[in-house]
Design a protein around this ligand. Structure first.
Ligand code: NAP
Length: 291
C-alpha cells in the first residue's frame, strides 16, 4: 500500500534493521525521506535536534524514530547510555516535534512487559520491564506519549543485514550445531518489510497518537519457530534444535511471554478482516521475498 499526501518523512535510525527497510518502503511508494546519519545529526545533543527539526519542520509530514540502543546486555552494563539514547533523546525529539506541530512515531518493544502473564498484552496493559533496556525504552515511550506522540511496539524483528533469531537458527541448521531453544518464550517473528507496510497504514489511517501493537495475529515459542524454519528450508533439525523449558539469559533478564494483542490496533488500522500471519511473513522472509 502507498503512503498518501505530500511532504517528506524524517526517518531516524536509517542504518538499522527497521529504519533501512522503512527507507526502501518509502522509496518504492514514491515518497521522499530525510534520513540523517548519526554523524549528520547527533541525537544526544538537544541543540542539534532542535535546530534540525525546526529547520526542516515545514516540509516534514511525520517523524519516525527507529533509533535505539538495542544491545540488551550492553544496556544492562551501561544504564546511563541506555537512558540517554532510549529515553532522553526520544523525549527531546517528541518535545520539539510537538512544538513544530509534526506527528512523532516512536518505535518500541515487547520488552516493556515482564513476560509473567499467560495471555496477550493489550496496548493499555501496565508495563513492568525487568531489564535496563526495557526500562529505558518504557521511560522514552512515556515521555513521547506525554508529548502527544505515538508508540508502535514491535517484536522479534527480522531485517536484511544484521543477525537475528532466524539467521541464528539457520546458521545452526546449516552447520548442524546444536542450539537450545525455549519452549516457554512466546512471541512472533516479524519482518521489517511487513512492519514498514504497517507503519504506512498507521500514517494513513490514524492520528498518530497513543499506543499500537504492530504484530501478527498469533504466537509461537522459540522452539516451534525453529521447527518451522527447518521445515520451510528443508534442513534437518534432529539433534540440532534442542527444546529447553527455560529462557536463555545473557547478563540481562529476558521476559518469557511477550505475546502482544493486535486487536485494538487492527481496528484502528481498518484491518480487522485481513489475516496477519507470522507463518506467511516468515516464509516470505526465508524465501528472500522481504526486500
Ligand atoms: N531488533 C529487535 O528484535 C527489536 C525487537 C523489539 C523492538 N525493537 C525496536 O525496534 C526499533 C528498531 O530496532 P532495530 O533492530 O532496527 O535496531 P538496530 O538495527 O540496532 O538499529 C538501531 C539504529 O539506531 C541508531 N543509533 C543507535 N544509537 C545511536 C546514537 N547514539 N545516535 C544516533 N543513532 C543511534 C543506529 O545508528 P548507527 O548504525 O549509526 O549506530 C541504527 O540506525 C528500536 O526502537 C528497537 O527498540 C527491536
Amino acid at each position: 500500500m502507498g503512503v498518501e499526501g505530500v511532504g517528506v518523512f524524517l526517518v531516524l535510525g536509517g542504518s538499522g534493521n527497521l529504519g533501512s527497510a522503512l527507507l526502501r518502503f518509502f522509496e518504492l511508494s514514491g515518497t521522499s525521506c530525510l534520513a540523517p546519519s548519526s554523524a549528520e545529526l547527533n541525537v544526544l545533543s538537544r541543540d542539534a535536534i532542535s535546530k534540525y527539526f525546526i529547520q526542516n519542520g515545514p516540509k516534514i509530514k511525520a517523524i519516525i524514530n527507529c533509533i535505539a540502543w538495542t544491545d540488551v546486555d550492553g544496556c544492562e552494563r551501561n544504564p546511563e547510555k541506555a537512558f540517554e539514547v532510549n529515553s532522553i533523546a526520544p523525549a527531546h525529539m517528541a518535545n520539539v516535534a510537538q512544538y513544530i506541530g509534526v506527528p512523532f512515531i516512536q518505535i518500541s518493544t515487547d520488552y516493556v512487559f515482564d513476560g509473567k502473564g499467560g495471555s496477550p498484552y493489550s496496548e493499555d496493559h501496565p508495563t513492568n520491564p525487568i531489564q535496563v533496556y526495557g526500562q529505558s525504552k518504557d521511560h522514552g515511550d512515556r515521555a513521547v506519549l506525554m508529548r502527544g506522540g505515538c508508540v508502535a511496539r514491535v517484536q522479534w524483528i527480522l531485517g536484511q543485514s544484521k543477525k537475528n533469531f532466524v539467521t541464528w537458527v539457520i546458521d545452526a541448521l546449516k552447520s548442524q550445531t546444536p542450539i537450545n531453544l525455549s519452549t516457554l518464550q512466546m512471541g512472533g517473528p516479524t519482518s521489517c518489510a511487513w512492519l514498514s507496510e504497517r507503519i504506512g497504514d498507521l500514517i494513513n489511517h490514524t492520528t498518530l497518537t497513543g499506543i499500537y501493537h504492530l504484530v501478527h495475529d498469533d504466537y509461537v515459542n522459540r522452539y516451534d519457530c525453529g521447527l518451522f524454519i527447518s521445515e520451510v528450508l528443508n534442513l534437518p533439525h534432529e539433534g540440532v534444535l534442542v527444546p529447553v523449558d527455560h529462557v536463555n539469559f545473557g547478563i540481562a533478564k529476558r521476559p518469557e511471554n511477550t505475546m502482544l494483542s493486535n486487536k485494538h490496533t487492527k481496528t484502528l488500522l481498518r484491518a480487522v478482516g485481513s489475516e496477519w500471519s507470522w507463518r506467511e511473513d516468515l516464509t516470505d522472509y526465508l524465501r528472500g521475498k522481504c526486500v
